[in-house]
Design a protein around this ligand. Structure first.
Ligand code: HEC
Length: 89
């Protein structure tokens, strides 16, 4: 039982740390302006924020083939992902 408690605490901590690094949707809204010609936020609404952040990083790094060359930092990617995943205008 004690082991389970420790595991649960570790999971809670990991979650807390993850949230602390989560993107800022308000900041993402402004940054996503550069993408708005081709992407509406609702295109990515409901996406997993972590996966979407990674997808944006992959596009930015050139790992994923993408129509436009985009320049976004890792922090920008997290912010844009937070904004898009929320699916708000
Ligand atoms: C000129 C149009 C255009 C602009 C500007 C644009 N995109 Fe895209 N993007 C596309 C198209 C078209 C696709 C789907 C096909 C492809 O990947 O080329 C796509 C796909 C994506 C995908 C999904 C890739 C995957 O994993 O399949 C992500 C993430 C993405 N774009 C992020 C961005 C971000 C972030 C910006 C702004 C910083 C941006 N795009 C700006 C046209 C654009």
């Amino acid at each position: 039982m004690r082991l389970m408690t420790v595991a649960a605490a570790a999971a809670a901590l990991a979650f807390a740390v993850g949230s602390a690094q989560a993107g800022d949707a308000a900041a993402g809204k402004a940054k996503a302006d550069a993408c708005a010609d081709c992407h509406a936020p609702e295109d990515f609404a409901g996406s997993d924020v972590g996966e979407l952040t990674q997808a944006i990083k992959d596009v930015a790094s050139g790992a994923t083939k993408h129509k436009a060359k985009i320049e976004v930092s890792d922090a920008d990617a997290a912010d844009i992902a937070a904004y898009w995943a929320a699916g708000e205008e």
